[in-house]
Design a protein around this ligand. Sequence first.
Ligand code: SF4
Ligand SMILES: [Zn+2]
Length: 407
Amino acid sequence: MSYLFETKRVIERKVFKRASSLVEEKIKEIRSNTPNLPYEKTKLAEVEINKFFYEGKTVDRVMIVLRSNGCQHYKTNGGCSMCAHLNGAPLKEKITHKNYVEQWNSVLDGSFVEKTDKEFNLNDYPVVCVYNLGSLLNPEEISVKTVQYIFSTLNKYKGVKKVIIESRAEYVTEDILSAIRKVYDGVVEVGIGVESTNFLIRELCHHKAIENTQIISDAVALLHKYNMKALAYVNFKPIFLTESEAIEDAIKTSVDCFKDFNFDAVSVEPTSLQENSLANYLYNLGLYRVPWLWSLRDIIHGIYDRMHVSKLDIRLGGYFDEEVLSGSQGTGFAQRNEIFPHMTSSNCSYCTNEFVEAIKQFNMTYDVKDLDVVKPCKHCYKLWQDTKKVKDSRSIYTRIDDVLGGE
Ligand code: SF4
Ligand SMILES: [Zn+2]
């Protein structure tokens, strides 16, 4: 009996390994097309402002994206299937502490703003996101000294009530959290990419490289020890899943994040398409569609139902019409920024804008009624309902093999 069980386990492991290397090899092949653009190392990658729900009120949030060295997972293993942030990092040069300081000082003195009629004062933004296209807590990507410098300057800005940063779970360590707490005692929230709590979906569809979720639980516990908030990113609709499988996965993962991992907040992130990602490659072949916005309503209802609540700190992420104060390339929608997706989750062209407005409203209240107000669209609602009925009887392994398995 135990021999049979062991044999089954070994076979399963082999099948997993094969699927995993097919995904990783394809991602690496696609990444090799990433252009080596001549970025200015002292200029920010992007600054955007939008609305945010904080302590019962709608406030202004500024999102500052540092031009950075890029994500280590991306550089070593090819990174996640839906992400192409390395498009925004210099491939052959290194951003130094001095470069980062210059970038950050341009935030403090407002000199980064491209629009001449717009004055910028960090104090006007109760919520400040500082992102580095990777993990701000990974000293290989950005030094502890730099992170301390950024946080230490924030003490002077009493208008700033909350700072949001991002990191993979494995870089949430005592060393870095205590280094931050030495210079800053304000509210800090750390966004961690969980993507899915289903092993096969996370490791094969997302290619996340977090085989053991214990590191996620440990990271959340450590953040709480340092009086920081933990935010889970849940990617909605990775490649190789049907729409209804993806909806169920996003609901289950979000509930797991609250109940099992003890996250304080969840941000559901519908997949969007950037050049040089595996998701984009499959989209170009007609093998992937970005998620429907209608599905987000199912997800929020599903989470609230299973949590038996009518409101939670749950956000709908994505790129929804932010005001861009500084973007590094171009001014048009598609080419305005190398990290900006060329396609985001959508319904049809008749109703997408209305739904996006509802999402923006929801993000200011977390009340699902704000999503419910959108009436079924006569052009696409039925199509979406039919899409949800699509079934795929193949295993995830077979789906991967059928698309990437070659001869
Ligand atoms: S999603 Fe995060 S961890 Fe994954 S490749 Fe992108 S930056 Fe790296
Ligand atoms: Zn429609």
